[in-house]
Design a protein around this ligand. Structure first.
Ligand code: ZN
Length: 330
């Protein structure tokens, strides 16, 4: 869920209520708030086609939004993104420079390193004292990690994130990428958010994606991508990743919508599927292009039906993968 740096919400009604500050930070883009009406989705998808991101035989490399939409980013972001990412503000040289190609690797992502961060950990529920520990995210202190959410039937977000991540890893590796996980159910809890960021940084990842699903009240549906705001403080300095991370996020959003048939979230992001946040340690501490994806709302029955479907999760992994491929120019 989105409260990745917040205390784990209880499994009560309070856990399904949107957090007001969340809305205050949402990215207000130029698109009028698009509800989830089919016509709105159709228009949104049509926009993708008209902007040259239509489906085809080539690996999809769409932008989620026309440039005019992204130009307006930041207007509603509390204290972030007042600087519109410049088209020339691509990934810093070090961020896009391929690592030494693995021997024998082939495919469009040969020589590239992708870090996948499966949100939360199924063991976090049993280690609340450990995950409640405060860690330094540069701008402030936050909880080490959170439990994540669940569907009403008990399917854990941490199970979902790991499954989608593994599916994406298989796809990415088939395209030649080196894939690094922040964890793989190989530890009892965590890692903490600062360590999750550090893993991407130390791997010199060309792209990092943190996989999540949200947990808000029923009726709120759809996916969204969380982009890093411009923050600076302590070990946090996102100035070099804001631009390329937006590019990465837009490409994942477009591909995710097409692969899954899901629409951008109807409860935030003004229908764009993109939100900028300055309060996530996993983004604030990253020095590599990085986004979070909230694949759907586990507390909504219709979204949950998708999130619990292995077939849908495969499509989700494909959308994420294709967005990464597009970003890395594969
Ligand atoms: Zn989460």
């Amino acid at each position: 869920m989105r409260y990745d740096d917040s205390p784990p919400p209880p499994e009560s009604a309070s856990s399904v209520s949107p957090d007001p500050p969340w809305y205050s930070r949402r990215s207000t883009l130029a698109v009028a708030a698009a509800a989830l009406a089919p016509t709105a989705l159709a228009g949104w998808v049509l926009t993708q086609v008209l902007t040259g991101s239509g489906p085809g035989g080539q690996p999809p490399q769409p932008k989620a939004l026309p440039a005019s939409h992204t130009a307006g980013a930041g207007a509603g972001d509390a204290k972030s993104s007042t600087t519109t990412p410049s088209p020339t503000a691509s990934a810093p040289a070090s961020a896009s420079a391929p690592a030494a190609p693995a021997k024998g690797s082939k495919g469009p992502l040969a020589g590239r390193t992708v870090v996948i961060d499966p949100g939360h950990n199924t063991g976090n529920f049993k280690h609340t004292s450990e995950i409640d520990r405060q860690v330094d995210i540069g701008t402030n202190l936050k909880e080490c990690d959170t439990t994540g959410t669940t569907t009403n039937s008990g399917y854990m977000e941490a199970e979902f994130t790991l499954d989608v991540s593994r599916r994406a890893r298989t796809l990415l590796e088939s395209k030649g990428a080196k894939v690094v996980f922040t964890h793989n159910a190989d530890r009892p809890w965590g890692p903490c958010i600062d360590e999750r960021a550090r893993i991407g940084n130390e791997a010199k990842a060309d792209a990092v994606v943190s996989v999540h699903a949200d947990g808000v009240s029923a009726g709120n549906r759809g996916f969204h991508i969380i982009l890093p705001a411009t923050v600076k403080g302590g070990a946090a300095d996102t100035s070099k990743i804001v631009g390329p991370s937006r590019d990465l996020g837009e490409r994942i959003a477009g591909n995710f919508a097409r692969s899954t048939g899901s629409a951008p979230a109807n409860y935030l992001g003004s229908g764009t599927g993109l939100v900028v946040r300055d309060d996530l340690g996993g983004l604030n501490l990253s020095t590599r292009p990085k986004v979070f994806i909230e694949c759907g709302n586990m507390r909504d029955a219709k979204d949950a039906a998708q999130l619990t479907s292995p077939e849908w999760r495969q499509k989700a992994a494909e959308g994420i993968t294709n967005g990464i491929v597009g970003f890395l120019g594969g």
